[in-house]
Design a protein around this ligand. Structure first.
Ligand code: HEC
Length: 150
């Protein structure tokens, strides 16, 4: 009798703990969707400012560009935690959850590319910034083509 009670109590604790893992950070799927979209919005804002310089539409200011590249690099690690189980929705394609290895590989490519962009930006060499920006942009596009709804 007593043992049975202990077992069912521990089972309940395990169930609670695993539910806690799924919703460690976000109470509702909408919260996770809002979080990742917000991170992408901030990241794209700084990325776009670099793009304007690269395309010659805005003047090159080393400190400003370096600051934006650092923001992109920092933000690039944040969206992924908000794609947990049960957070389908927004413009995210369901393949994210059915092909997690491919999605993860697209994240890694992007994080590496924006780290390179950050290094180039801190160095202040506009030619290498242009190259690194182009490469980083390809990694955004690659993932959007595969995993974001039009
Ligand atoms: C590994 C995949 C992946 C990479 C890499 C990626 N994105 Fe996205 N992005 C997504 C997904 C998925 C969404 C849709 C999220 C949603 O609606 O829930 C999205 C949405 C966005 C949005 C729209 C946000 C909104 O408010 O709806 C912007 C802007 C964006 N990404 C910019 C970028 C930029 C800029 C880069 C590269 C520096 C980038 N993304 C790299 C997967 C990616």
């Amino acid at each position: 009798m007593k043992i049975k009670a202990i077992i069912s109590t521990s089972l309940a604790a395990i169930l609670l703990a695993s539910a806690g893992v799924v919703f460690a950070q976000f109470q509702k799927a909408e919260d996770a969707i809002k979080y990742r979209q917000s991170v992408f919005t901030v990241m794209a804002n700084s990325f776009g400012k670099i793009g304007a310089v690269v395309k010659g539409e805005a003047p090159y200011n080393k400190d400003e560009l370096a600051k934006n590249a650092a923001i992109v690099a920092m933000m690039s690690s944040l969206p992924w935690q908000a794609f947990g189980t049960g957070t389908e929705g927004g413009k995210a394609q369901s393949d994210i959850w059915s092909d997690q290895a491919k999605f993860k590989s697209a994240q890694d490519k992007m994080q590496l590319a924006v780290a390179n962009l950050n290094t180039a930006a801190q160095s202040g060499d506009l030619e290498s910034i242009k190259k690194a920006f182009g490469a980083a942009g390809q990694t955004c596009k690659g993932c959007h083509d595969d995993f974001r709804k039009k």
